[in-house]
Design a protein around this ligand. Structure first.
Ligand SMILES: [Zn+2]
Length: 293
């Protein structure tokens, strides 16, 4: 569905609620507190009364859309706009497009990005792993060695390291690190990647001894210009870093350390749903299941 169709189809609170209810419950409302399906609909409200535990609830309980004053058609349009923006959309632009104030737009964007974080992904097969430094500007792999030599000059201290893991022809996981070193990188890899996988990395010391955990560890010696050994390379993750770099430069002047993971979640999510037929419904479904934080 394109943006115009979404705005047309979900123009009222009622249309949004009935769509959410059908996605979440089918035809039978289920109490989020006691799981009972015995309920009565409250008149003139989008709520149900549980006949078991006597509480009332709406389909929004436990979701990012619970207890906000923002009408659901605005939420839906925000989701459509964010999904449609390949390189991301600034909260300022979002506020103009939706006719809402800047702070509200920023809040919606932050919540929607939280939903995009996919913590239950697990990768298998050939996995390219690589780290980068992001922040006000991003230093990608090719600049990494050069930059580390000029550590103080380039202000690398102000940039935030991140680890990317991408499955060949599959999905990506990107996690912000406190520090790019083996003590953080290796546990992250072991948590997110099947131990029967083949890991492909450059020669950075943080990846040392991965062959002890995984089926195989292919090390590409980039400083000796070795970028590919047979079917093993790190082109996919490098492509993702340059896309992320362009997105950060193009849309955002500065992303603070605190929100970088949220921003990365958005870019990784879009990469992971690149072949999905209905990304809008997929994201709404995730939003319905995500616990309010
Ligand atoms: Zn109940």
């Amino acid at each position: 569905m394109g943006i115009i169709e979404i705005v047309k189809q979900f123009g009222t609170q009622e249309e949004c609620i009935s769509y959410l209810e059908s996605l979440k419950w089918g035809n039978i409302p289920t109490c989020p507190y006691c799981q009972s399906q015995r309920s009565s609909k409250r008149k003139n409200e989008f709520r149900h009364h549980c006949q078991e535990c006597n509480r009332s609830y709406s389909v929004l309980v436990g979701t990012i859309m619970e207890s906000t004053k923002v009408p659901l058609p605005k939420w839906f349009a925000a989701i459509a706009l964010i999904l449609n923006a390949k390189k991301g959309i600034s909260s300022l632009q979002l506020s103009r497009d939706l006719g809402i104030n800047k702070n509200t737009a920023w809040y919606l964007q932050k919540r929607i990005r939280q939903v995009m974080g996919d913590d239950d992904l697990f990768l298998t097969g050939i996995i390219e792993a690589d780290d980068t430094h992001t922040g006000g500007s991003l230093v990608n792999k090719h600049d990494k060695e050069k930059a580390s030599k000029q550590h103080h000059k380039t202000g690398m201290n102000h940039k935030t390291p991140a680890l990317g893991m991408v499955e060949r022809n599959g999905k990506i996981i990107v996690k912000v690190l406190n520090k790019a070193w083996g003590k953080e990188i290796k546990p992250m890899l072991r948590k997110s990647v099947d131990l029967k996988s083949v890991i492909v990395t450059d020669g950075f010391g943080g990846y040392k001894d991965l062959d002890q955990s995984f089926k195989k560890h292919v090390v590409l010696n980039h400083s000796k210009k070795i970028r590919k050994v047979g079917e093993y390379h790190t082109n996919t993750i490098e492509g993702f870093w340059s896309m992320l770099k362009r997105a950060i430069l193009g849309q955002y002047h500065k992303i603070t350390h605190r929100y970088l993971q949220n921003y990365i979640n958005e870019m990784a999510f879009k990469y992971n749903i690149r072949n999905e037929e209905n990304p809008f419904e997929l994201l709404i479904n995730k939003a319905l299941r995500k616990v309010h934080v």
